[in-house]
Design a protein around this ligand. Structure first.
Ligand code: MN
Length: 214
């Protein structure tokens, strides 16, 4: 399994599409290889292209070739596409083909401290994932103020998100993530996702994000 670092989505001054960290056949049981290919090669690629287009437009505002009045709309566009790019990069690494074990070490302790127990975390994360209205995500991450863990139910890729929240585990509940295999059964998809979490990737990001001295 390749290691995860969110900066893998940026190179040579542009946002780039990182390759999937496994063969698409590995997630046949969870989402299906057809969905995975479309999701990565078309949807995620479109968010990368959109983030680059918005970043280029902001440069044009800076050099005066686009009017300043466009700036607010372009920053909204950048937040949507860059949010999509970041969360998909995380999502690919968060899944494994075989049913996963449990979180280990310090991550396990912090989950218990933040949610009471691992079971309570699973119930809360699943409920939020199943309940996001329309298109969005359930994301476990670090609360930048308390330094504990929290779960955000994100709408689209960027709404209802706490500034400074550092994401560790993302479940995509846009219909494009599961509809070919699970149809309207989002609950079934979320239950399967919970059984196929790559806890090593979550731990790796947790180590990168968590301030042990604070
Ligand atoms: Mn998606």
């Amino acid at each position: 399994m390749n290691s995860i670092c969110l900066t893998h989505g940026y190179a040579d001054g542009h946002y780039v599409l990182p390759p999937l960290p496994y063969d698409v056949s590995e997630l046949e049981q969870l989402v299906g290889s057809e969905t995975l290919l479309l999701h990565h090669d078309k949807h995620h690629a479109a968010y990368v292209a959109g983030a680059n287009a918005a970043a280029d437009e902001l440069k044009k505002i800076n050099n005066g070739t686009l009017p300043l009045q466009c700036a607010a709309d372009i920053t909204q566009k950048l937040a949507f596409h860059l949010g999509g790019h970041l969360l998909h990069t995380l999502y690919w690494h968060n899944m494994v083909g075989s049913p996963s074990g449990l979180p280990q070490g310090e991550l396990a302790l912090v989950i218990e401290r933040s949610f009471g127990s691992f079971d309570s975390f699973c119930k809360l994360f699943s409920t939020i994932a199943e309940s996001v209205q329309g298109s969005g995500w359930a994301v476990l991450g670090v609360d930048p103020v308390s330094r504990g863990l929290m779960i955000c139910g994100i709408k689209r890729h960027q709404d209802a998100l706490v500034p400074g929240f550092f994401p560790l585990l993302a479940c995509d509940v846009w219909e494009h993530a599961y509809y070919l295999k699970w149809k309207n059964n989002r609950k079934g998809y979320v239950e399967a996702f919970m059984q196929h979490i790559n806890w090593d990737s979550v731990s790796e990001l947790f180590e990168q994000s968590y301030c042990h001295e604070c």
